[in-house]
Write a protein that binds this ligand. Structure first.
Ligand code: ACO
Length: 367
């Protein structure tokens, strides 16, 4: 029996939710191109599509918006839990703690339900905004029922009704983050659920996987890199220094994509079109081109291109979001994909139980 490092190429299941084709650069959500959805549909419409398999009618959309608006307010006990966590607890672990705490109120049932998925999805931005403003010593901003999901997120963070261009840019970003096949966090969520655990436990597992820099934790490191590089002239020596030491350039490379990540391209366009050219944007484009060229020189044939995290960093910075909430913001998009997969797993469940090859010593003597 052969082992497969990192389960590369191993098929772990069938799904109707999304297709990622790394050779062609395709990203499909239930029969639609993700990048088209990102520029033409709202967060709620695409969430409905991923959860239910079809785009909503106007009545279905209205119902979902009402359900999300009702679920957006933070329960009292959740505020107290967040307040008890020391300021040094990273936001992703705050999300894990609060999602675990939501396991009461009928959220820890088998099988998981769509209602639980909607509730968790609606609440995540409220938890992030509550924690963020508490740590900054700012008054808490309650959600507004007349604002949509993406607009409410910006409103609860900043306390001001956001510009439409910013709402559209954030919405495009969140939609492009929603679903990405059997990535590490989605797989983690499905594995947890497969034990007939529950929605909250499965989402906690997914959040844990998302936190690491090889998955969702990269965009804040992209920002540090771009800040450190600063000017176009410094890009090449900076990148060479990292690669000479055997380091990785954040925001580049992907297990599946061996061409440009279509999400990176769509985000680049969204950043340019909706927000206009940020002064640092030229530097980011130059860093992208330089890194791709140098990665081919240092790692020939590996086909390392820009991944979603590179332009995610650019768009989130242009929206003036704090880098500490980049990965949580990504999470507030991806939770739609996780919960869709969790529901799909529950509908046709079999526990995940792969094998391992024992390479340790055997006991002395006969058995
Ligand atoms: N910089 C430099 N070298 C790289 C990079 C990079 N960003 N990515 C891959 N490589 C090199 C590896 O060192 C390896 O070289 P080798 O063949 O000489 O050993 C080769 O390319 C293959 O890379 P692997 O690490 O085996 O690829 P894997 O599929 O395991 O990892 C991953 C994919 C984790 C995304 C990797 O490319 C990486 O670490 N990138 C940087 C972090 C990052 O941007 N993460 C966000 C990913 S997008 C997302 O999860 C939402």
């Amino acid at each position: 029996m052969a082992t497969v490092s990192g389960l590369e190429g191993v098929v772990a299941g069938e799904t109707e939710i999304g297709l990622v084709d790394g050779e062609k650069g395709y990203l499909v959500y239930r029969g639609y191109w993700a990048k088209e959805l990102a520029i033409s549909r709202s967060y709620e419409e695409v969430a409905y599509l991923l959860w239910n398999g079809h785009l909503p009618s106007s009545e279905e959309l209205e119902m979902l918006k009402l359900e999300m608006a009702a679920a957006r307010a933070m329960p009292e006990y959740l505020c107290r839990i967040v307040d008890l966590l020391p300021a040094s607890v990273p936001m992703m672990l705050v999300l894990q703690s609060t999602v675990a705490a939501l396991g009461e109120q009928g959220n820890a049932t088998w099988p998981p339900t769509l209602r639980q998925a909607v509730r968790l999805t609606a609440l995540l931005p409220s938890i992030i905004a509550y924690r963020y403003r508490r740590l900054k010593g700012l008054p808490i901003v309650e959600p507004l029922p007349e604002l949509g999901h993406a607009a409410n997120y910006l409103y609860m963070l900043n306390g001001q009704i956001p510009e439409e261009a910013h709402v559209q840019a954030l919405s495009a970003y969140l939609i492009l983050c929603m679903e990405h096949g059997m990535n590490a966090s989605t797989f983690a969520g499905r594995v947890v659920l497969s034990t007939e655990s529950d929605m909250c436990a499965a989402v906690c597992g997914a959040i844990g996987a998302m936190k690491g820099p090889l998955h969702g934790g990269a965009p804040s490191e992209v920002i540090s890199m771009l800040a450190d590089i600063g000017t176009k002239e410094r890009a090449e020596p900076w990148i060479r220094e990292v690669l000479d030491k055997g380091g990785k350039i954040m925001g580049f490379g992907h297990r599946i994509y061996k061409t440009k990540d279509p999400r990176a391209e769509a985000l680049k366009i969204a950043t340019e079109e909706m927000i206009g050219k940020d002064p640092s944007f030229d530097v980011a484009i130059h860093v992208e081109h330089t890194a791709i060229r140098l990665l081919e020189e240092y790692k020939p044939g590996r086909r390392l291109f820009t991944n979603v995290e590179f332009y995610a960093a650019a768009i989130l910075q242009a929206l003036e979001l704090d880098p500490e909430i980049f990965t949580p913001t990504f999470t507030s998009g991806r939770i739609v994909g996780w919960t869709s997969h969790i529901l799909e797993q529950a509908a046709n469940n079999r526990i995940f139980r792969p094998q391992s090859i024992y390479t340790g010593p055997m006991p002395e003597g006969e058995f």
